[in-house]
Design a protein around this ligand. Structure first.
Ligand code: NAD
Length: 351
C-alpha cells in the first residue's frame, strides 16, 4: 500500500520500518541526491493513518530538495517521519529507545539521508540519534552540534523581508514599515528583534498571548489576538507559526502588500500561489526565505564556515529572492512557480 502512494512521487528512494516496541511507523524519503545527500529533519507526529505520515514524508522531501538547491548547499532533499500513536515525553526512556532505533534506521541508508530536528523533535533527540549514526545534524552544542538553527532562520527571514520590501514597497529600508509577525517563538521572537533594530513598527500575535505581550513590552510593539490576526492591516505579514495559512479562505482577507515569513508550507494548495499573486500581494516562497536553518546547520557543522561566511550566506537569501521576484515578473508567473523552476534548473544542472 505504501508502494501505491509512492508511485506518483518523483523521488529516488524511500524506506519504511514498523517500530514494534512503540507501535510507530518510521519513514525515510530521499527525494534527490543529485546535489548531495538528502538532508531534512525528522518530523514526529500523530497522524490519522500511517499512510498520512508517509505522504507527508514524500511531499516534504521534495520541498527539501528545492530548499537545499535554492540555498546553494551541497545537499539534496530528504525527510523522515515518525508516525507515532502518541508523542513520547521528552527525556523519557521510551523516547530515548525510539530515537535510538530511528538512528539505526537512518544509518541503514548509508549516508544517502542526513537527518536533523523538525516538528516535535529537538537537539536532545538528535544527540540520541547520533549514538547510532553519524548522519545527523543539529545536536546540542555540548555534543558537538550547532544548537538551535532558529537563529540562522530568523536572520535569513530578515534579509528576505528587506528584499521583498525593496520589490513591493520601493525600498528595503524598513523604518516605519508595519510588520505583523504571526507566532513569536524561536524564529518569530528573534525576527522581532532584528526588525525592531531596523526601525519597523511591529504587530505581534501568538496563540500564547503572554509570549507576544512580553515581547511587545520589550520592543515597544502592539499585539493583536491570534484569531483573525492575518486580516490586520500592515505592510508586511510574516507567518512564523504554522503551515497552510495562505488559503482560499484567508487570502481574500489579507490586508498587506507582502507575505514573507518562516513558516513551512504556507500555501495550503498550489492554487493559492496564483490566488495570492492575483490579490496583488508579493509572496516570498517559504522554502527560500526560511532556508537559514539548513544554512546554519550545514555551514557550521559540515562546511566549516566562519562567522563572516555565515553572515554572507544568510544575506544571500535576499539576493536569491530578488532573482525569483525578477524572474516571476519577467515571465508573468507566480513567485512560487519561479522559485520551483529555479530550484529544478539548479538540480538539473548539477546532475
Ligand atoms: P516555535 O514552536 O518555536 O514557535 C511557534 C510560535 O507560534 C509559538 O510561540 C506558538 O505559540 C505560536 N503559534 C502557533 N500557532 C499559532 C497561531 N495559529 N497563531 C499565532 N501563533 C501561533 O517554532 P519555530 O521554530 O519558531 O518555527 C516557526 C515556523 O517556522 C514553523 O512553521 C517551522 O516549521 C518554520 N521553520 C522553522 C525553522 C527553525 O529554524 N526553527 C526553520 C525553517 C522553518
Amino acid at each position: 500500500m505504501f508502494q501505491d502512494l509512492a508511485s506518483g512521487w518523483e523521488g529516488e528512494r524511500w524506506g519504511h520500518r514498523f517500530d514494534e516496541p512503540s507501535g510507530a511507523h518510521l519513514f525515510v524519503a530521499i527525494h534527490s541526491t543529485v546535489l548531495g545527500p538528502g538532508m531534512g529533519g525528522t518530523r514526529l507526529k500523530v497522524y490519522d493513518t500511517p499512510e498520512d505520515g508517509f505522504a507527508d514524508a514524500l511531499r516534504l522531501s521534495e520541498a527539501m530538495s528545492y530548499k537545499q538547491a535554492a540555498a546553494h548547499l551541497p545537499y539534496g532533499g530528504g525527510k523522515a517521519v515518525i508516525a507515532a500513536s502518541q508523542i513520547p515525553e521528552p527525556g523519557s526512556p521510551e523516547r530515548r529507545e525510539l530515537f535510538l532505533r530511528h538512528g539505526e534506521f537512518i544509518d541503514s541508508f548509508g549516508g544517502a539521508y542526513v537527518t536533523a530536528a523538525d516538528m516535535n523533535t529537538g537537539p536532545e533527540d538528535m544527540d540520541v540519534v547520533a549514538e547510532r549514526t553519524a548522519h545527523v545534524l543539529g545536536r546540542t552544542p555540548a555534543n558537538g552540534g550547532s544548537g538551535d538553527p532558529g537563529h540562522g532562520t530568523a536572520i535569513g527571514v530578515f534579509h528576505g523581508i528587506r528584499a521583498a520590501a525593496a520589490r513591493a514597497l520601493g525600498s528595503e529600508d524598513l523604518t516605519g514599515r508595519s510588520v505583523l509577525i504571526q507566532g513569536v517563538g524561536s524564529v518569530g521572537g528573534r525576527l522581532a528583534h532584528h526588525l525592531h533594530g531596523a526601525g519597523a513598527e511591529l504587530i505581534l500575535a501568538d496563540i500564547e498571548p503572554a509570549r507576544a505581550d512580553v515581547l511587545a513590552y520589550e520592543l515597544d510593539a502592539r499585539t493583536v489576538p491570534a484569531a483573525g490576526a492575518l486580516a490586520t492591516t500592515c505592510d508586511i505579514l510574516s507567518p512564523c507559526a504554522t503551515g497552510g495559512v495562505l488559503s482560499a479562505e484567508t487570502i481574500g482577507t489579507l490586508a498587506c502588500r507582502v507575505v514573507a515569513g518562516a513558516a513551512n508550507n504556507q500555501l495550503a494548495s498550489p492554487a493559492d500561489g496564483d490566488r495570492i499573486t492575483q490579490a496583488g500581494i508579493l509572496y516570498a516562497p517559504d522554502y527560500v526565505i526560511n532556508a537559514g536553518g539548513v544554512i546554519h546547520l550545514a555551514g557550521y557543522e559540515t562546511l566549516g564556515w566562519d562567522e563572516a561566511t555565515m553572515a554572507a550566506r544568510l544575506a544571500g537569501i535576499g539576493v536569491t529572492l530578488t532573482q525569483i521576484f525578477e524572474r516571476a515578473e519577467a515571465q508573468g508567473i507566480t513567485t512560487a512557480r519561479a522559485a520551483e523552476d529555479m530550484a529544478r534548473a539548479m538540480i538539473a544542472a548539477g546532475a
